[in-house]
Design a protein around this ligand. Sequence first.
Ligand SMILES: Cc1cc2nc3c(=O)[nH]c(=O)nc-3n(C[C@H](O)[C@H](O)[C@H](O)COP(=O)(O)OP(=O)(O)OC[C@H]3O[C@@H](n4cnc5c(N)ncnc54)[C@H](O)[C@@H]3O)c2cc1C
Length: 435
Amino acid sequence: MASEIAIIGAGYAGMACAVELAHQCVAVTVFERSHTLGGRARVVHKDGHTFDNGQHLLLGAYTELARLLRLTGVSPRLLERLPLTLHVPRQLHLRAAPLPAPLHLAVGLLRAHGLGWRERIAPLALLRYLKRARFRLPAAMSVAELLSAARQPARLRNLVWEPLCVAALNTPMHEASAQIFANVLRDSLAASAAASELLIPRIDLSELFPVPAARYLATRDGEVRTGNPITALVPESEGFRLTGDPHERIWRQVVIATAPHHAAPLLATIDVCADLAAQIAALPTEPITTVYLAFGPAVTLPAPMIGLANGPAQWAFDRARCGGPAGLIAAVLSAHAPGDSIDPSVIIAQLEHELDRILPKPEWVQVITEKRATVASRPNQTRPGNATPRRNLWLAGDYVGSDYPATLEAAVRAGVKCARGILETLETRAGVERG
Ligand SMILES: Cc1cc2nc3c(=O)[nH]c(=O)nc-3n(C[C@H](O)[C@H](O)[C@H](O)COP(=O)(O)OP(=O)(O)OC[C@H]3O[C@@H](n4cnc5c(N)ncnc54)[C@H](O)[C@@H]3O)c2cc1C
């Protein structure tokens, strides 16, 4: 007799899919090749230090992730909630006011330091432009073209929109999809003050969701098998055998919840999925580097998160203000050239310039580059859906289906949507069996 459901990959997508199924009393087994849960959002232990594989920022608009955090018993206090704030030292301070949308932004802009009158009005003009278009833009339009169409002044582009675009889409604005950027603005800035809040995890990214999700599964007959890579799928009449499954079970339904570059070779093992595998393998990706600098307690930033003008890093986070050790700074470089090797002394010089002070020599430094951090959000891009040409073989992941950029929220939404697709097939089968 075939077992029910196997999920390959214990990142945010795979664990969201598993939790949603377990919540509906469907037992699942998750296979994870690593010994750490979380995939591209995971804890790293190295040289006696604990840090994430990359500094992550969440938005109040991440509603599905928030729902699953509640379901798996994660305290909301584990996320540092900040009103939307853009602080670029000596250039800009903009903080959303504690008012309902759109007043939160309007009043925030009115009170902002470092913006001329045109620059204060322009963001509202962009939102009006998008609302008039009902947030539907030509598929070929780039973010840079959108900003020109909505007459955004150059200073605002450089100081606000370009870093926001790179942070949200991990794609430079000349290459980024205006539609996907508009979707993020629709659900954050244009939605409500709460939706545009910035959320910074106070614990590591494995502990934030994947670990509580695994505990949740364990109470519902589910299982996560770590250190267990799956290398191929073998179709059988009742489902699939997984090469690497030590029990050699036949699984009725299988979800591939890996990063796209790992999904493509797994899919390619199934004949009818060859074209889909090629489409996924061709998705362009962008790197992200995080430079951790432990300066010690003498160093703090003027805000939990600051914008850094003129590159190479775009943002710096003061980890002490979100549960981390005093003086630990995380500088983030999104969408940089893939071949770049990042020299921490360049980042320290950038911080010194921006903060206008000499910094002490860091006690330790860690540079961590994820070469294929996310797929790029380019114009005219087609993303695969959850279903595949092979019945009962599914996809979940940050690159699947949603109208969001490849983020934690996109991963979770794709996982939940995949679970709902599977639940529908289970209900249909139960209906047929009942006669
Ligand atoms: C440095 C960095 C910074 C980021 N910053 C942000 C941010 O600020 N905000 C935000 O929302 N998002 C951010 N993201 C994006 C976010 O981390 C990803 O979108 C999300 O984690 C993707 O989740 P996933 O489940 O789709 O895939 P993954 O996290 O890649 O999970 C796939 C899992 O499958 C496992 N796997 C792969 N192959 C196999 C196999 N053959 N057998 C078994 N297991 C396998 C992998 O080990 C992994 O655990 C960032 C990403 C990076 C890398």
